[in-house]
Design a protein around this ligand. Structure first.
Ligand code: SAM
Length: 217
């Protein structure tokens, strides 16, 4: 999918997104923010913030910047931030693969259910790394395909269909990290069936690059 289609698909979702993807995926969002133990003054960027379901979870002593491509999703996030008086939150419409922020602008960058929803995850990863300071944290909350051959075959088979509705199922964590210097510091499984990964990476910009893993997708 290209950027225009992603924008359209998610803006069409906006009015019912929370009913379908709210509660069922909320444990993952809560764990992601809880694990951050957000220190005062932390500059946090959430890419693909969507309708802002995670925004009320951040403590008021940090600064949260949320971006999303979809104006429809962002409108919902803005309504939520206003209704809950989240004055430590600011929201912008922006492509996560081409951000307007300067290098090293944030201490922590969070992508919750996003890397499999973007047209070009490599561009988005590169941008997340660029705008996060060296030694900062990059948090990935997502379903990644794993080594189970049967599940991987099903994921691959349904991926073309899923692409039309806004996400892919056949991407592995190894593929996402390949060629980056991100160092995995913590990994846990979350949400129903423990099918989703919550991964904390340290942004070692000049560290050794992760290699490719030919056995996984
Ligand atoms: C599955 S939703 C996740 C929303 C939210 N993070 C959550 O926890 O529910 C994926 C979001 O990524 C956004 N998105 C997709 N591609 C994007 C891009 N290139 N730049 C910014 N946001 C993007 C979509 O508009 C959508 O809001």
């Amino acid at each position: 999918m290209d950027l225009k289609k992603v924008e359209r698909v998610y803006s069409n979702y906006a009015s019912f997104y929370d009913h379908i993807f709210g509660k069922v995926f909320h444990e993952g969002r809560e764990s992601a923010v809880r694990n951050l133990n957000v220190p005062p003054g932390e500059r946090i960027l959430e890419v693909g913030v969507g309708t802002g379901l995670s925004l009320p979870l951040y403590p008021a002593h940090c600064r949260v910047t949320g971006i999303d491509l979809s104006s429809g999703m962002l409108d919902k996030a803005r309504e939520r931030a206003a209704a809950q008086r989240l004055s430590h939150v600011e929201l912008h419409q922006m492509d996560a693969g081409n951000m307007k922020f300067q290098d090293d602008s944030f201490d922590t960058v969070v992508a919750a259910y996003v890397v499999t929803a973007v047209p070009d995850y490599r561009k988005v990863m590169a941008e997340m790394i660029r705008v996060c300071r060296t030694g900062g944290r990059i948090i990935l909350l997502n379903h990644f395909s794993n080594g189970n051959k049967l599940i991987a075959a099903v994921e691959k088979a349904i991926s073309p269909l899923c692409k039309h509705i806004g996400f892919r199922t056949d991407l592995s964590l190894n593929h996402v990290l390949e060629g980056t210097s991100l160092q995995v510091a913590k990994k846990e499984m979350v949400n129903p069936l423990r099918f989703w990964h919550l991964v904390e990476c340290v942004n070692q910009k000049n560290g050794p690059k992760n290699g490719s893993h030919p056995s996984s997708h």
